[in-house]
Design a protein around this ligand. Structure first.
Ligand code: ADP
Length: 399
């Protein structure tokens, strides 16, 4: 079975074509700057290439991806008939609790709730799904929702403490994100480390540009740090993470900020970038801190401190912790961050193996000492493989 995965952002489309017989990636690439001057398509597989094209919208973008897959120069299939299914990454799944076949009824149901909750992302995702339906009318599409994994979070954890009527009226609550990554990492950790997830208390730290920490008990998520939108929780590359709402209102008034400008401020100009004044990239932050840049050091300290605060909080709600797992760009590749956020947690039974931690870049490895009560490990995520597997499973079930 050949599965095409699409991951649409507000001005980009990433794609991958999987051959599910051996999980190999036949084609991979992406389109950037949709709707702006200088838009282009860049392929990584089957060969590296970049072509400037006029791509005014996501509809054109999807068509260009399909053309590229069959093109004699950069393609890998002869005909679009070879594509058996399409998996769409959907950021906001509202109430959906698992990957779902996007029938016209389900698609309409999703659109109705998601356009209200996360209009920017949902609108482009809806356009791309519609474009695929037009170009590949007989190919089933599966929606894979970033929020689905978190639908098990109990009411007392997902509600905000605003008046209840706003939850009823607008669906304001914690939804959580990065769910596909959490599912993959949970499954893979259980395999690699040899445990039964139903019997363990697990904290998974997905630390990339965006950060989510989740608490998992009896195999399901009981709390996560991202909220109604992909903000809240620890401090991130460019996002504030949790934030005193009254301070924001104060700032909006003082600086005459519109809601849109405020959203930009808390999602694009804060976090590591805002504090260091340098960059949102953790590699550059660590380098700058090591060469004595005091604000980079401050940003790094704040970042680790806030991560630690959530690890401690989640250990409390889980009633103790058996496994702490690190994943995503920073979690997999930044020893100073792993060390920084675990320092001082010996009282909880966490004993980091300092030497091993320093050597681990992106490999599946236990980084705690053999006598540590809590096992700490790095397990690289593979959200796309999880999405491809979901797509295949949902489509196969329908047959
Ligand atoms: P996103 O949330 O955009 O998917 P990633 O998971 O790729 O982000 O994480 C991006 C962050 O991870 C950046 O801060 C970057 O510095 C860090 N990072 C990614 N790869 C590496 C690497 N090989 N070595 C060190 N840091 C890395």
């Amino acid at each position: 079975m050949k599965v095409l995965l699409l991951n649409c952002g507000s001005s980009s489309i990433k794609y991958k074509l999987y051959d599910m017989s051996d999980h190999s990636v036949m084609a991979a690439g992406g389109i950037e700057k949709i709707g702006s001057a200088g838009s282009f398509i860049k392929t990584k597989l089957p060969k590296a290439d970049k072509t400037l094209c006029d791509i005014p919208d996501h509809n054109t973008g999807v068509q260009l991806v399909l053309q590229t897959l069959t093109s004699p120069e950069n393609g890998c299939i002869h005909s679009l008939d070879e594509i058996d299914a399409v998996g769409d990454r959907i950021v906001h799944g509202g109430p959906f609790s698992e990957s779902t076949l996007l029938t016209p009824e389900i698609f309409a149901e999703w659109k109705k709730c998601a356009l209200g909750l996360a209009p920017v992302h949902s609108e482009v995702q809806a356009k791309s799904i519609e474009a695929i339906s037009k170009c590949l009318p007989n190919v089933p599409q599966v929606g894979i929702f970033d929020t689905a994994f978190h639908q098990t979070i109990p009411e007392h954890a997902y509600l905000t403490s605003l008046p209840y009527e706003f939850y009823e009226k607008y669906g304001i609550r914690r939804y959580g994100f990065h769910g596909t990554s959490f599912r993959y990492v949970l499954q893979r950790s259980a395999q690699v480390l040899g445990f039964n997830a139903n019997e363990k208390r697990i904290i998974i730290c997905h630390i990339g540009n965006g950060i989510s920490v989740s608490a998992i008990k009896e195999g399901v998520c009981i709390d996560t740090t991202m909220g109604m939108m992909p903000n809240d929780g620890p401090m991130m590359g460019t996002r504030t993470g949790d934030m005193d709402a009254s301070a924001l209102l104060f700032l909006m008034e003082k600086e005459n900020l519109t809601p849109a400008a405020t959203l930009d401020l808390i999602s694009k100009n804060s976090g590591l970038l805002g504090i260091s004044g340098l960059t949102n990239d953790m590699r550059e932050i660590v380098e700058a801190a090591q060469s004595g840049h005091s604000r980079a050091q401050l940003a790094l300290d704040m970042y680790c401190y806030r991560l630690k605060r959530y690890i401690g909080a989640y250990a409390a709600i889980l009633g103790g912790v058996d496994y702490i797992i690190f994943t995503a760009g920073v979690g997999e590749n930044q020893p100073p961050v792993r060390k920084g956020c675990l320092e001082g947690l010996e009282f909880m039974g966490v004993q980091l193996d300092i030497e091993t931690n320093e050597k681990v870049y992106g490999q599946e490895t236990v980084i705690s000492t053999p006598d540590s009560k809590v096992t700490v490990a790095v397990i690289p995520t593979d959200e796309e493989l999880m999405m491809a597997q979901d797509t295949m499973q949902v489509v196969t079930k329908q047959k």
